[in-house]
Ligand binder design. Structure first.
Ligand SMILES: Cc1ncc(COP(=O)(O)O)c(C=O)c1O
Length: 433
């Protein structure tokens, strides 16, 4: 590939100037951040939300509109990294949870809402059995436990660029904070490279854990042939196939993997399914999940005070039963695909080296001219341009992930989507100068 010798126009000085504009515009958020830093390291408790010079403090959300401490309104296109699928004021969830908590709150008991949600999940996603956790991270940890116990093996295949939770993070190799499993790190979307590793480690491999689309890693869909090839080889080797659909189960009627015509042995869930409350779940084949059946002599223990908490279970019932039926999910996916195409059209009108990737209602911007297909290509993004885009969209009232991600909620209106495209167009015009 030819390399340009011209220096990038997206200089550190431009970034410093954009940060200064941001700081001037948001004095109350700065004050809130200073206070937060006194009691929380870095002023936050969720690393993804932190950025220079400081993150905005928000005070209110209505529908898909957020208002910050300085009184600016934002169109919320982040949608809480896919968890906020219903906007900020979905009455049906709030009313149902209010009523359920009025009957039974914080009780260490079995109740109808957990069975109701389990039944809805099994029907919707084609699972034999499901168990609940408090987060997607925990769901993945428990899915891994299930596979390790079932196979009696010790290695786990994961993918470069994958993210399965705070202790299962593989953006640039295993992170220092990761749980101490024996990982085999494979190249995403590289079937021959992955097959070689499966061949080398096959006899020790308990599971392959894969996202059908890298979410946190940049909304990079897996090539369907890659996924099919990996699953076939993993099964041949006797390993359990675990699909992490914590983000992607929102796509189509039954999740992204099913749209690819594939089925995992265990699938993990989280985010929007809890209707705004902490949520995680793992489910799949009875042969695997029934290891948790306490009628079995050597069953796996899986406790958790809030696993079946009434608020989340009730909210989940409303989500799958009413708010996000299979038909609505299919329509929302199509709406996202259409919006991504319109973003692509806007990018095409400007000479700024940006590309867009994603599937359905999950979309990511990349500061590189051609769309990346794996984590190494994502790492080649121009960090300055990436930040200028993010700050430029903020300044124009569009709220997105620091890393350049949108996830559309059902609350966002067509008028808001059109306004977001105008803001993008204006931002790119400015960047191209
Ligand atoms: C694909 C994927 N798996 C797992 C997780 C972890 O979920 P949680 O943040 O609920 O622990 C995330 C969170 O972003 C995710 O994107």
């Amino acid at each position: 590939m030819a390399t340009s010798l011209r220096p990038s126009p997206f200089t550190a000085d431009r970034v410093a100037a954009a940060r200064a504009v941001f700081a001037d515009r948001n004095p109350k958020s700065r004050a809130a951040h200073d206070q937060a830093r006194a009691v929380m390291p870095g002023g936050h408790t969720r690393t993804t939300l932190s950025h220079a010079p400081f993150p905005l403090a928000f005070v209110r959300g209505v529908g898909a509109t957020l208002t910050d401490a300085d009184g600016h309104d934002y169109i919320d296109l982040l949608g809480d990294y896919t968890a906020g699928l219903f906007g900020h004021s979905e009455r049906r969830v709030l009313d149902a949870v209010h009523a359920a908590l009025g009957e039974l709150a914080s009780a260490g008991v079995m109740h109808r809402h957990e069975v109701g949600l389990a039944r809805l999940m099994c029907e919707r996603f084609g699972l034999d059995r499901v168990r609940f956790t408090n987060s997607g991270t925990e769901a993945n940890l428990m899915a891994i436990t299930t596979a390790l116990q079932y196979t009696g093996r010790r290695k786990l295949m994961v993918f470069h660029g994958g993210y399965h939770g705070g202790v299962l993070y593989f953006a640039t190799g295993p992170a220092a904070s990761n749980a101490p499993y024996e990982f085999v790190l494979a190249p995403y979307n590289d079937l021959p490279g992955t097959l070689q590793l499966i061949e080398r480690h096959g006899r020790d491999l308990a599971a392959v854990l894969v996202e059908p689309m890298l979410g946190s890693g940049g909304c990079i869909p897996a090539d369907p042939a890659f996924l099919a090839g990996v699953f076939a080889a993993a099964r041949q080797a006797g390993a359990v196939c675990i699909a992490d659909e914590v983000m992607t189960s929102r796509h189509g009627p039954r999740g992204l993997l099913s749209l690819r015509g594939l089925r995992a042995d265990i699938t993990t869930y989280g985010k929007y399914l809890g209707g705004g409350f902490s949520f995680g779940a793992f489910g799949g084949a009875a042969a695997l999940l029934d290891q948790f059946d306490t009628n079995r002599p050597n069953h796996i223990r899986h406790a958790g005070t809030f696993n079946n908490n009434v608020a989340t279970m009730t909210a989940g019932e409303v989500v799958l039963g009413e708010l996000y039926t299979a038909d609505i999910a299919a329509a929302h996916t199509a709406r996202g695909d259409d919006f991504r195409r319109r973003i692509s059209d806007v990018l095409g009108r400007h000479r700024v080296p940006l590309s867009v990737t994603g599937f359905g209602s999950m979309i990511a911007f990349h500061a590189r001219a051609s769309a990346p297909t794996n984590a190494l290509e994502v790492a080649e993004r121009d960090a300055n341009l990436q930040e200028l885009l993010f700050l430029g969209l903020y300044q124009r009232g569009i709220y997105l992930a620091v890393r350049g991600m949108f996830s559309l909620s059902l609350a966002v209106t067509d008028v808001q989507l059109a306004a977001a495209l105008d803001a993008l167009d204006d931002c790119l015009r400015d960047l191209a100068r």
